[in-house]
Write a protein that binds this ligand. Structure first.
Ligand code: ADE
Length: 249
């Protein structure tokens, strides 16, 4: 029997601006990993699914108001075409990027990176996407994800952020040594401060604990820093951290 081949984690992005991909990802770990074949990226131009000869993708919104809305038939045809190609056994997570979605976090990045075969990302533009096509695809398992409480010009920047956060978690993308930022965040704490040479810069010395060579002391200092910073800057994360710790005891 031949050894079974596991295809790499893969991303497909449905967008009106495929030139935006891989864009900035080329300059991060994700770009190197893409070159090395640790993940794959494809884009689908949604405009190709517009039925009319002008290939119009949007229209004015019912009820009046500024801005254009992506037409349901165009988005639906692009999704139908894409999802028809999905293999039953290796179905990827289908995600619509929208400020109305579930706020993205490290646990979600971890889930998409490690528990799915990849992602299909639907990027909206203009004022929005006709609600009926969103409902139609949510009934078939589409998730809505938000990158934060602000409005971007479209889902593309959000998609790039989601991909960057997921790809750094894929096996082989970063070494164990470099993964401390992921790890501390996954424990629910912010990262401790980092220093490099020189030992004193503009009268500011590096904390002496870090120069002690005593691993236990260094680890305790880092842990304390992480806890203090989290408590002061992110009381919301701190409360959750304490709850989690309490449950473990
Ligand atoms: N599209 C526009 N704004 C967005 C946001 N904050 N998150 C995800 N997708 C978006």
């Amino acid at each position: 029997m031949s050894a079974s081949f596991t295809p790499p984690w893969s991303a497909k992005v449905l967008t009106l601006f495929p030139e935006m991909f891989p864009g900035p990802l080329k300059y991060s770990l994700a770009g190197k990993a893409l070159e090395e074949g640790l993940w794959t990226l494809e884009t689908v131009q949604m405009r190709d699914f517009a039925p009319d000869k002008h290939q119009s993708v949007d229209d004015t919104c019912f009820g009046g108001g500024a801005g254009m809305v992506l037409r349901p038939n165009v988005v639906d045809a692009a999704l139908e075409h894409t999802m028809a190609q999905e293999n039953k056994d290796s179905k990827r997570a289908l995600i619509f990027l929208t400020p109305c979605g579930k706020p993205f976090n490290q646990a979600m990045a971890r889930h998409y990176a490690l528990n799915t075969k990849g992602v299909v990302l639907l990027c909206g533009r203009y004022e929005g996407v006709d609600q009926r096509v969103i409902e139609q695809w949510k009934e078939q398992g589409m998730e809505e994800v938000s990158m934060g409480d602000y409005i971007l010009s479209g889902g593309e920047m959000a998609a790039l952020t989601l991909l960057d956060a997921c790809i750094r978690l894929l096996p082989g993308v970063i070494g164990k040594e470099e993964s401390s930022a992921n790890e501390s965040f996954e424990l629910g704490l912010l990262e401790y401060p980092q220093y490099t040479r020189p030992q004193v810069w503009k009268n500011r010395p590096v904390p002496e604990e870090l120069l002690s060579g005593d691993h236990k002391r260094i680890e305790d200092w880092r842990q304390n820093q992480s806890m203090n910073i989290t408590q002061i800057r992110r009381p919301d994360l701190w409360v959750r951290y304490l709850e989690r710790m309490g449950r473990k005891q």
